[in-house]
Design a protein. Structure first.
Length: 107
């Protein structure tokens, strides 16, 4: 069974047991699970018809276990002007919230 849900303006397709990196957010200390209710579609994955919302399915949820924070790969960017002695470098490393999908409940 798979589900497509929306989180922070991003649509994510998941199956039970998938590990997903979501946009970083403030999560209270001791929070073990998150529930996403903006489910766009749910399908069985065996050829049966999927349930598609307009825009969301009422009553459908995706439950995820919080695994902790994670960091993405480091990105480097730079500016350069030839013969001028001008060089600038900048870096960025995105922070994510890593979750494991534990349950998908269809409407």
């Amino acid at each position: 069974m798979y589900a497509i849900f929306e989180d922070s303006g991003t649509q994510i397709k998941v199956n039970v047991g998938d590990i997903v990196d979501l946009d970083s957010r403030v999560v209270e200390e001791g929070t073990k699970a998150l529930t996403f209710d903006k489910v766009l579609a749910v399908g069985a994955g065996d050829g049966n018809a999927a349930k598609i919302g307009m825009p969301y399915l009422s009553g459908a949820t995706v439950t995820a276990e919080v695994m902790g924070e994670a960091k993405g790969e480091k990105l480097r960017t730079g500016k350069y002007k030839r013969r001028k002695g001008y060089r600038r470098q900048a870096g960025h490393r995105q922070e994510y919230l890593r979750v494991k999908i534990t349950a998908i409940k269809a409407a």
